[in-house]
Write a protein that binds this ligand. Structure first.
Ligand code: AMP
Length: 254
């Protein structure tokens, strides 16, 4: 089995990066890896000589301190998944290294980041864009892989790379789902088995309902607390709480 190298400091990673000859694919994550992350890694492996994975639970994108505290941290299992999927190196930094300025500087987007997840999670996408820009500057990938499960995030990152002339390609990867249709997510581990079963209604409902409002009423009646359920530019987006866990999904609509 391939043994990925682990770099905890930026300098150590940069020394390694400077020696790499060949294309680098990059998969940024917050850890608690599952098959959805593995599908990003596999796509990167097909398209690049080296695949770098980052694991960093980024505090600046959490607006709820409890959500940050409860975020699963499973480095040993993550290392195994990375090894099994042929990751070359894991970048695993600490907050102080990533934010030497203590977040005085940030990247801001003033339009698309304010709707959907941005409407109820103020500052969330500034945190995401800031950390992704930092990671891109450190890793200097040729291609970076992001899941359509976080479609708004993917779109904002694509637009950021264009706005700042960043020399890399952002590659979208389709959402990997459980057999039930539930989008795989690190947060699913916080659901009871009954909750996991029920959560499959989210995908089924946004796919089958004629209108967003009908989907919203249907899920509300079944005990979901809807943050938003909206159609935007040919996609249907949802964020819903179940058992106190915030779940998101989106599908393209005909
Ligand atoms: P996260 O660790 O949740 O920040 O996710 C890291 C990357 O994996 C992001 O680009 C996500 O969109 C992507 N991802 C998470 N879940 C899935 C999934 N079920 N299918 C495809 N990509 C995913």
């Amino acid at each position: 089995m391939n043994k990925p190298l682990v770099f905890k400091t930026i300098t150590d990673f940069q020394n390694y990066r400077a020696e790499l000859k060949g294309s680098v694919g990059f998969v940024p994550t917050m850890g608690a890896l599952h098959a959805g992350h593995a599908s990003l890694i596999q796509k990167s492996r097909l398209e690049n000589e080296f695949t770098v994975l980052s694991i960093f639970v980024n505090p600046t994108q959490f607006n709820d301190p409890k959500d940050l505290e409860k975020y699963p941290r499973t480095f040993e299992a993550d290392y195994e998944l990375a090894a099994q999927n042929g990751v070359s190196a894991i970048f695993y930094p600490e907050f102080a290294d990533m934010y030497p300025d203590n977040y005085k500087y940030s990247v801001t987007e003033n339009s698309y980041s304010k709707i959907l997840c941005g409407a109820t999670r103020p500052g969330h996408f500034d945190g995401v864009l800031s950390v992704v820009m930092k990671l891109f500057n450190i890793v200097r990938p040729n291609k970076a892989y992001f899941g359509e499960k976080d479609f708004q995030q993917l779109h904002l990152i694509q637009e950021m790379t264009k706005a700042f002339f960043m020399p890399l390609t952002v590659v979208p990867v389709q959402t990997l789902r459980e057999e039930s249709g539930l989008a795989m997510s690190s947060r699913n581990t916080r659901l009871s088995s009954e909750g996991k079963h029920k959560a499959a209604l989210i995908y089924k409902t946004i796919t089958e309902a004629k209108t967003a409002d009908q989907a919203k009423d249907f899920l509300t009646d079944r005990g979901f607390k809807i943050d938003y359920l909206q159609d935007v530019d040919g996609r249907r987006f949802v964020a819903a709480f179940l058992e106190g866990v915030r779940l998101i999904d989106n599908v393209s609509i005909p």
